[in-house]
Design a protein around this ligand. Structure first.
Ligand SMILES: Nc1ncnc2c1ncn2[C@@H]1O[C@H](COP(=O)(O)OP(=O)(O)OP(=O)(O)O)[C@@H](O)[C@H]1O
Length: 691
């Protein structure tokens, strides 16, 4: 204390110096104290930090998700005096995840409406503040901030006083375990974005593979193949074969291609990374970046492979997937629309903005930058439109064809759809017991197919031949049954009360509407078998997609009897509907064609008229402007005179590059067709040379 006094004494002065000097002394004193404080604080921080181990977890990487979930479950979080709440899943992850300290609608169980969306609020670490959490005998300092590199990515930093990083490793492993336990019933879906990044989009319940109705053995073959691949990394490495495997699922829409991929992902516990090649923004470099960024074990799904080079949203027969765009109808229409095409195409089609090339796609799939260890699934509805290079072995190793539903599939679908009283009924075994000539399940490569295109070389899903026991039932008898069911249900439902005798009676509630909400009670196995068979009998072989049948069954979700008996009538009505739609489409196309033709003729006519008009005008002007010989030409002062230049004929201009738009391009001389010439150098326009 005395020492401090002796230090301060000379500064504050004992003898009454001027107040100015005292002020300066105080400033110096203050500055010295502040500097000392700062130095002490930074020294202390440095000292403390030298004992801390710090790990940073970026939002872009998985451990961030694991730790955020782990943190949100810590009891300390609830007691924390500073926290954030969110109703969103904070990061890519589990939409269903419910942290222990979360709260929300489902705490209120009284008015629990089935299917009601429940909002849960989850605690999460506040940004830019340090939280302390006790974990296995250590105090963790947790801080959530943002990267300073301009990306704006969130970073979670966890520091701990420890001799080595084993406590942090334990923490990450525990967080991972908890996350995976949560995720075990779900699969994560990531979609590619236009910046070449994967964005978490959805977390879906795993689909049981038994819910996919395919010919016996197909699912098993695919599952076994994928499993075998995932554990054969060394085998591939030893032989110098790139550790990748491609599966091409092709065939009619709504036959279960995407569903099967989801089921396989669930079975193998893999996430799905989806690229839609028909996206307008996709190009060579984005695709390459995306392919280089998929994790080692995952499923990459290329949807609509045939649409890669067309960008047409239409999936009908007129859209082409040919890499060279050599679809004849398209070529024809391209020729038809050659006039003003450039202008219109930029508006109507996205194709101009896309620069995805075949070589770019091939490179992305198996170039040096492509990730290894992933399972590539590609789907297409038009196999014939794929370039052979795209579907060759090495890129697409296994092909599976999906067809419209067979009777066997219809029956299996029905059995899967309605609940049975015998819960432990071995559905799969029972399905397998149905006799049918099963297709060969030896994987066949595209080359086999090429060598024998007619053979049923691929795995074919759907349309096995019909067992004789499943011969079709007459449609008329089915229709009769439908009407009887209708009349019965109508009488059951009854009409609304008319006690107040209103003037206009409301129409009777349709039986379909009246029963729509109810779910079917479980059916006993024998009845289910009978109904399933009846349903399958009514469904024609290879005509309707499984999705269409599923749609029909959904409409009759609560009425298995009706679903079975009305199936034949539904088939008839669907056929009629198709026929009508087909006719309408044809009529529309014809109308469009005629309109196009008319427009083309009009344009041609307009063009001719314009040409004639211009030619006449040019002729007239040249006549008017022909200079008369002047008597005193030699004495005339030097003047600038305008001389007409006939505009180039449309034929000439269009012959340059064949672009009809050239008629809109002003000639180099200016739109008026006049040039300025110096009269001194050319007093009169020289006539064309006789040569
Ligand atoms: N084989 C099948 N087994 C079970 N459900 C199926 C099957 N095929 C289609 N479905 C049902 O039909 C709907 C559409 O199926 P999915 O999307 O898998 O067909 P897709 O072949 O991928 O069609 P697209 O080619 O149009 O993408 C899904 O709801 C699915 O449940």
């Amino acid at each position: 204390m005395d020492a401090l006094k002796s230090l301060v004494q000379p500064l504050v002065g004992g003898g009454g110096g001027s107040s100015m000097v005292d002020g300066v002394k105080l400033v110096v004193l203050g500055g010295t104290v502040e500097t000392a404080r700062r130095m002490a604080s930074s020294g202390w921080n440095h000292f403390i930090n030298s004992f801390f181990l710090t790990a940073h977890f970026s939002e872009e990487d998985y451990p961030y998700d694991w730790l955020m979930l782990w943190l949100s479950r810590r009891p300390e979080w609830q007691r924390s005096r500073e926290f954030e709440t969110t109703t969103r899943t904070t990061t890519s992850g589990l939409s269903s995840r419910v942290a222990d300290n979360s709260f929300g609608d489902d705490d209120d169980t009284e008015d629990d409406v089935p299917g009601k969306v429940k909002t849960r609020v989850v605690f999460q670490p506040t940004a830019n503040t340090t939280h302390t959490i006790y974990y296995r005998g250590h105090w963790l300092r947790v801080r959530r901030g943002r990267k300073t590199d301009g990306s704006g990515c969130e970073v979670l930093s966890i520091s701990v006083v420890a001799r080595n990083n084993s406590i942090l490793k334990q923490l990450v492993l525990q967080a991972k375990k908890e996350y995976e336990a949560e995720a075990v019933h779900r699969i994560q879906i990531y979609f590619a974005d236009s910046h070449g990044c994967w964005r978490w989009t959805d977390s879906r319940h795993k689909r049981p593979i038994s819910s996919i109705v395919l010919n016996p053995g197909v699912k098993e073959m695919l599952l076994a193949d994928t499993k075998d691949f995932l554990k054969s990394e060394k085998w591939y490495a030893d032989r110098g074969i790139p550790f990748r495997r491609g599966y091409l699922l092709h065939g009619v829409p709504g036959s279960g291609k995407s569903s099967l991929i989801h089921a396989i992902a669930g079975e193998l516990m893999l996430d799905i990374y989806v690229v839609s090649l028909s996206s307008s923004w996709i190009n060579d470099s984005t695709l390459t970046t995306l392919m280089g960024r998929v994790p080692a074990r995952c499923i990459v799904l290329l949807e609509d492979l045939d649409a890669a080079f067309t960008r047409s949203t239409s999936r009908d027969d007129s859209s082409t997937g040919n890499p060279d765009g050599s679809d004849s109808s398209e070529k024809e229409s391209a020729r038809e629309h050659s006039s003003s095409s450039r202008h219109r195409r930029s508006k109507d089609h996205l194709s101009d903005t896309n620069t995805l090339s075949l070589s770019g796609l091939l490179n992305a799939l198996d170039g040096v930058a492509a990730a290894e260890g992933r399972l590539l699934f590609a789907t297409t509805n038009h196999l014939e439109r794929l370039d052979p290079a795209l579907s060759r072995p090495g890129r697409m190793d296994v092909w599976v064809e999906f067809k419209n539903a067979s009777k066997w599939q219809a029956e299996a679908l029905f059995r899967n759809f309605f609940p049975s009283t015998e819960e432990d009924e071995p559905t799969e075994a029972e399905l397998a017991s149905i006799e049918l000539p099963s297709p060969s399940l030896v994987p066949v490569t595209p080359s086999d197919l090429a060598s024998n295109p007619d053979s049923d070389a691929m795995f074919t899903v759907g349309s096995p031949s019909l067992p004789s026991s499943m011969s079709s039932t007459s449609i008329s008898s089915m229709t009769t049954r439908v009407s009887s069911v209708r009349s019965r249900t109508m009488s059951e439902v009854g009409t609304p009360s008319t006690s107040s005798t209103p003037k206009y009676l409301p129409p009777a509630v349709e039986d379909e509407i009246a029963e729509f909400q109810h779910s079917a009670p479980p059916i006993d196995a024998a009845t289910l078998s009978r109904l399933a068979r009846q349903f399958a009998d009514s469904i024609p072989e290879d005509e309707f997609s499984v999705a269409a049948l599923q749609g029909y069954l959904l409409k009759n979700k609560s009425r298995p009897e009706c679903a079975a008996s009305a199936a034949a009538a539904w088939v008839v009505s669907e056929r009629e509907l198709r026929e009508r739609l087909k006719k309408e489409k044809e009529a529309r196309e014809l109308k469009e064609k005629l309109e196009k033709e008319k427009r083309r003729k009009e344009l041609e006519h307009e063009k001719k008229e314009k040409e004639a008009e211009e030619a006449a005008k040019a002729k007239e002007t040249s006549k008017e402007e022909t200079p008369k010989p002047t008597e005193n030409a030699t004495a005339a002062p030097v003047q600038t005179k305008v001389i007409p230049v006939p505009p180039p004929t449309t034929q000439e201009s269009s012959s340059d590059d064949g672009n009809d738009n050239d008629e809109n391009v002003p000639p180099a001389t200016g739109s008026s067709g006049w040039v300025n010439v110096d009269e001194s150098s050319s007093p009169t326009p020289s006539p064309p040379s006789p040569a």
